[in-house]
Each structure stands twice: as C-alpha cells, then as structure tokens.
Design a protein around this ligand. Structure first.
Ligand code: SAH
Length: 222
C-alpha cells in the first residue's frame, strides 16, 4: 500500500518503503537514501509522499515505490561500472539513484525530449550534490527522442523506460548489452511492464510483469 510508505523526511520515506517491502535490497536502500526527492519536485511540501507528482510539460515524477520497483527489477545489472540508459528522464531523480548504484566508474545517460525538463533536471542534480558527476560525465543528460535510444553510448547493461511505448521499440532492444535487461511499459489503452532480457549470446526474451498507467512516449509538440 503506497500511502502507508509516505514520510515527513527523506529518511522516513525510505525506511517506510523498506518496512513495507517496496524496497528489498540493501544496495537500493543505500542508493535511495543518498537522493533527496525534494530536489526533484515542484511542490516540496509533497516531496516525501509516496505518489506521483506533476513536473510540468504533461510529465510526472513517478511515485517512489514505482521507482523502487523498477530498480529492484534491474538491480543485478546495476553493478559498479555498469552503463545505464534512462529514457524519459524527466526530473532526473532516477538518474541520481542509478548513479549511486553504478558508481563513479559507471555511466548514466538520461534522455528526455523536452529541453526545458532536461535543463531543470540538470539543476536538480546539481542541487542534490551531483555537480562533479555531471562535470566528469558519469551522469549525462541529453535532449532527444528516447525511442531511438542513444547509439553513441550503446550498448547499455540496463535500460529503464519511464514512459509507455505503443510497441516494443526495436532500437532500444538493439542497444541492450549482452547480457542486459530493459524495464519498459508497453501499450496504449492498457499498458504492461515488460522485462526484456538479452543473454550472452544475444538471444532476447520478453516477460510481461504487471499492468501499469504511465504517460506515453510521444512526439514532441512543436
Ligand atoms: N521518470 C521521470 C519522468 C517520467 S514522466 C521521473 O520520474 O521524473 C515521462 C517522461 O518521458 C516525461 O519527462 C516526458 O517528457 C518523457 N518523454 C515522453 N516521450 C518521450 C520521447 N519520445 N523521448 C524522450 N522522452 C520522452
């Protein structure tokens, strides 16, 4: 139950989520503790609510339990030194958590198609103490169409997609490392999370996990 996990401080939110089994691994608990959600929301009064919040441009920062769920799914691929792509990076919150998992030798690429959101996410990351990781490019925030991935930095050990694709985007599957895993919502009227695994030989398997409601991956309005 999401609401039971809300807190009045960042530490309380994380420990309530752990208590309710929404965060299971110690590594994720440690990483989430290092990120203050208040730096990634518009209304700081609701920063530690376990619910999604609007961040402008028809985007929302996902609920903390949803972020936790996605990372738990990818955690075995988020080892120190790993390379990760976050599609629809929005507030930048997840890029910060991912960075704390893959460490300074790892690489996190966040991509969003709204330039204003990308600029805001860079400010958010700086306010959260990550200026040097942006300077040394262990976190890189990019404006672009996430459906195409980011060929320049591929392949990725893990790909997280934060908006729903109508169909499985082939470019993203192609940019998965061998082995690699992608967590992606797919669908229009009904959406489900898919776990896409690529093994060492390049064989790809897709597993449908559960139903969700995400904002869609879209063309940028001009
Ligand atoms: N995971 C982020 C934001 C989720 S909202 C967070 O929790 O803060 C989904 C995001 O996907 C929005 O920021 C939106 O701008 C972005 N998006 C939608 N279509 C996109 C596309 N084609 N390419 C890149 N980003 C896209």
């Amino acid at each position: 139950m999401a609401w039971m996990s809300s807190g009045s401080t960042s530490a309380e939110l994380i420990s309530n989520m752990a208590k309710h089994g929404l965060i299971r691994s110690a590594r994720l608990t440690e990483a989430m503790k290092k990120v203050d959600r208040a730096n990634y929301v518009l209304d700081k009064a609701d920063a530690y609510e376990d619910s999604p919040q609007p961040i402008g441009y028809e985007a929302t920062i996902s609920a903390p339990h949803m972020h936790a769920h996605a990372i738990e799914n990818l955690i075995d691929f988020l080892l120190p030194g790993a390379k990760v792509l976050d599609v629809g990076s929005g507030s930048g919150y997840l890029c910060a958590v991912l960075h704390h998992l893959v460490g300074p030798t790892g690489k996190v690429v966040g991509i969003d198609h709204i330039p204003e959101l990308v600029e805001w996410s860079v400010e958010n990351l700086k306010n959260d103490g990550l200026t040097s990781t942006l300077d040394d490019k262990s976190i890189e925030m990019i404006t672009g169409d996430g459906r195409q991935g980011w060929l320049e930095k591929a392949p990725f050990d893990a790909i997280h997609v934060g908006a729903a694709a109508p169909m499985m985007p082939r470019a993203l599957v192609d940019q998965l490392a061998k082995p690699g895993r992608m967590f992606i919502p797919v669908g229009t009227h009904t959406q489900s999370i898919f776990q896409v695994d690529k093994d060492r030989d390049g064989n790809v398997t897709e597993k449908k996990l559960f139903g969700v409601r995400y904002v869609p991956l879209t063309d940028r309005k001009t």
